[in-house]
Design a protein around this ligand. Structure first.
Ligand code: NI
Length: 139
């Protein structure tokens, strides 16, 4: 574990009250953990914007009775093996399948895959969860 450093922060009372209310609703037990998460979140956001190395997941739902749709989704994933780590297929009910595709790589390549999946007719509720690789990159 890296060295911990304490630092003081000055801010308006009203802003601190709003912050405390926000972190209480998000179930944080202390300000430090909330601030650490916000800093990490900003760094991950910056990494995505700067086309750095990122990780995440693309989730979506589709009807497996549409065979052509299934083929398109499979073909697309085979064409993007460079960013796909793994894919999980869950049979939700008689018709609907949920797929969770774990991704890692350059942000622009991951975004391209997510956009292509989203654009396939019949792919529903496609969302990209944007996470980091764990390494902190500061330019
Ligand atoms: Ni299924």
């Amino acid at each position: 574990m890296s060295e911990l450093v304490r630092f003081g922060v000055s801010l308006e009372k009203k802003l601190l009250d709003i912050f405390d209310d926000l972190i209480r609703r998000r179930k944080y037990t202390n300000r430090s953990e909330a601030i650490r998460d916000m800093i990490r979140q900003e760094l991950v956001k910056k990494t995505w914007e700067a086309d750095g190395n990122v990780a995440g997941a693309v989730t979506f739902i589709y009807d497996h009775h549409e065979r052509e749709l299934m083929n398109k989704i499979t073909d697309l994933q085979h064409d993007h093996q460079d960013v796909i780590i793994s894919a999980q297929h869950i049979h939700l009910d008689h018709s609907n399948c949920l797929e969770i595709v774990a991704v890692r790589g350059r942000a622009k390549n991951v975004l391209k895959l997510a956009d292509l999946l989203k654009a396939i007719k019949g792919v529903q509720h496609c969302t990209l969860s944007m996470a980091g690789t764990g390494e902190v990159v500061v330019e």
